[in-house]
Each structure stands twice: as structure tokens, then as C-alpha cells.
Design a protein around this ligand. Sequence first.
Ligand code: ZN
Ligand code: ZN
Length: 294
Amino acid sequence: MHRRYSGGHGGGRSHLDPANEFKNLRPGSYRAEDLVRILTDNAAIPLKKKLPKTSAEWVIRCHTMEAIPTDTKFLDTYAKRWLAVFGHGYYFDALEKDGDEETFKGIEVIDPKHPVLLDPSTGKYMTHRGFFHPLDRKIYVVNGDFGREDKMLKILGTILHEALHAFLNTFVCDKKCCEDFLASTQGLGLEGHATQWSNAMFELEKAVKRDLGLKINTGFHNSIGAEMMQGFNPEDDDLDRWRVPDKIINFARERKTQGEREYRRMAIERRRATREMVAGRYSIELAYQWKFGH
Ligand SMILES: [Zn+2]
Ligand SMILES: [Zn+2]
């Protein structure tokens, strides 16, 4: 499907505008900043104008529920339902589709020792709250330790956060024309939490607070901090706008491991390794280079 349209951009020619086809987005076709623009424009519209009445009622019922499921199987059903709500409200139903090789494959709640969490380069289980897996093309949410924090706010935040990675990863142009930009501080960066992602996450978090009255925990500021430690170098104006606390900024700056040039090089390398693995060219060398963001 993608191949048919891929002549429409690249080679110096302009990209398609997702605003013209938000009801039928095509994988791998748009500039990141255009995708972020339609997400933030759409986030400004109240959820109740976009949801069918039954879903809205369901949201309210969940909202007032005292506890969310502890059992992984039940939590999986819960997460699927919320992804549908968020998908409809904030992601143009683009995360509902199935059957196409290139599209998104949904969400799955897993236990902390699930095989997919085994990191091939360390032999240890990763401790992510959730992540978008670019080979499986699905979101995994870990039914792990949520500490003393409200589990519901963390689970919903994780779904919204990973859905943004899934949306951008699925629809962003992954050709040569966008490679440099995506790897940069202005694009998606190394772990996926650079400027474009942060601009969208900020507005989506705000929208959920407005629509559902829930201060969900998407880990937004911590993700920016972690990205900064890797070499992400946002403008001070951006950090202000995203309301990143000084504590996180200072902590990250003190522990910055590499300069912007190296950051960009690693981001390009990782995107290439991911593309190779998606294309089925799996090798141990690639597996070592390839780690998914979270
Ligand atoms: Zn491009
Ligand atoms: Zn993330």
C-alpha cells in the first residue's frame, strides 16, 4: 500500500499533508512536524465532541471505578478499551486498524518476566512501564510494580505515551529525506522523546486532564530528562513551555553522556538497525545495536 504512494515524496519533493487525509493515514508517509500539528490541533477539540455517547459513558464509568484490575488478563481488556478511547479521541482511529502488514497491531498487557522484555545485549529483563515494539508493531504495557502511585493514572499515562510513539513511528516518513531531521534534537531523537514527541505529548496530557479531569502520569518530564542524558539538547524556551522542573533539567545536564553529533549518529544507526530488522534481516550484530525506546 505504501509503495504505491511513496513516489509522492522524497527526492526533494514535498510530503503529503496528513491534514488532508487524517481519516485514512498511510504508513511511513508524513513529516513528523506535520503529524504533530494535526495531533495538537485535534487535541484542542474537547473529547465529548469526538466520542460516541456509549464510549463517553464508559469513560465516566471507568473514571469513577474504585480499582483497576490487578490480574494481567483483565488488565489487558481494560488497556484495550482505553486504547480505543484514546485512539478515537486523540489519534484519528489510526490505531484501530489491523490486517495490513505495515500498520499497528494493538496493545498487550504483559508480566514483568515476559520474553519480549529480555534484552539481547545484557541478558536481563528490561524494566520499562511500557513500550512500542517496532517489529511486532504493537504496544506492550507491563503489569509491574506501580509503587504507591495511583495505578490507574500510571496505566492510562503509559497507554497515552506509548500510543504517541506508535502513531509517530507508524506514520512518519522513514526515508532518506527525513533521516537527518528525525535523528536530531528538533525531530524524534534517539529514544523518541525529542522536540516533536514532546510538543505533542504536552498537548495530549493537557487534553486528557481537561476532558477526563485526570492528571494521568505519562512520565513526560522524566522521558525528556532521560533523552537529555543521551544528548538531547532542547532550547530553554521549549523546556519552559513543557514546564520541565529545574531539578530534572539540572540532573540530566550533569549526567549528559555525549554531544549532539554523537547523539545524532546513534539515532541514525538505531533507526537503520530497526528498519533492517523490520525488513526481516535479523542478525546478532543488529540486535545489539537495536533497542526500542520506551
Ligand atoms: Zn521524508
Ligand atoms: Zn517513550
